[in-house]
Design a protein around this ligand. Sequence first.
Ligand code: ATR
Length: 283
Amino acid sequence: MSSNIGVMGHPIGHTKSPVFQQAGLDELGIAETFEAWDVAPDELEEKVTTFRATGFLAACVTLPHKQAVIPLVDELTEAAEAVGAVNWIFNRDGKLVGHNTDGTGFLRALKENTGFDPAGVDAVVFGAGGAARAIVYALKLAGIARLTIANRTVGKAQALASEFSEGRFKPDAIGLSRDELANCAPYAQLLVNTTSLGMAGGPAEMATPILADMISADAVGYDAVYAPPMTKFLREVENAGATSAGGMTMLVYQGIEGFEMATGQKAPVDTMFAAIGKVLKSG
Ligand code: ATR
């Protein structure tokens, strides 16, 4: 018999979620084991069916299933609908609700780690993939004044911008050239990297979407890439004298919101961060 809470993905060996989720459950004295489920795409439907069981709490959903689970749940929250992806499924008396906490996790990470409130600010988001979607959704929700989406493939940035355009919120879409960035980046109070530039083991580990000379010293730079913890982008942010913050916080806070919705209790945030800090340090 499988546990009542866990994370599913494929592959799943790399996941850090059970470490901090288990620490949270233990701290609150909740007698559940947070498991990691390796679910291949052709096993997804059958796995989701098991989430309807009485007593089942929740499943965190990671790659490659965040979109594929959408037709398998009974209901989507507004966040999941807007982001177009589900990263948590909750069992509400046999009814499965698909939710997304990636964007709100980002906002909480930003607030808790840098004290930054995006309301009314100008921001640049680099990238136009799945992580960018969640962050654009979150920044719109937070009441940002002006947003520029900068992406290697401008067409993708344009598609994302027009999808989220509403009323006075009309993101601009540009490429990654210095000329294009010069018109917006130096004036932005928030810069967020969601591209895979700087990612360990990726094709461009030593790359960054922007250099220090175009970053304001008053800005906050956030990198959704969490390995390595200090990316080339964050180094440029620091070289500019600006404030840097990293992606592991977004990962943990998306999990913390899921934990709170699954258990109905406030998460022991410090305990959960301490648990992940310990495994990251031990490599
Ligand atoms: P995720 O779900 O993590 O956002 P993704 O959907 O694959 O991942 O998106 C990856 C992002 O990194 C995209 O914005 C991609 O740019 P393109 O839309 O032009 O492909 C960006 N990216 C990946 N490699 C890049 C590179 N070498 N230079 C610039 N941008 C890159």
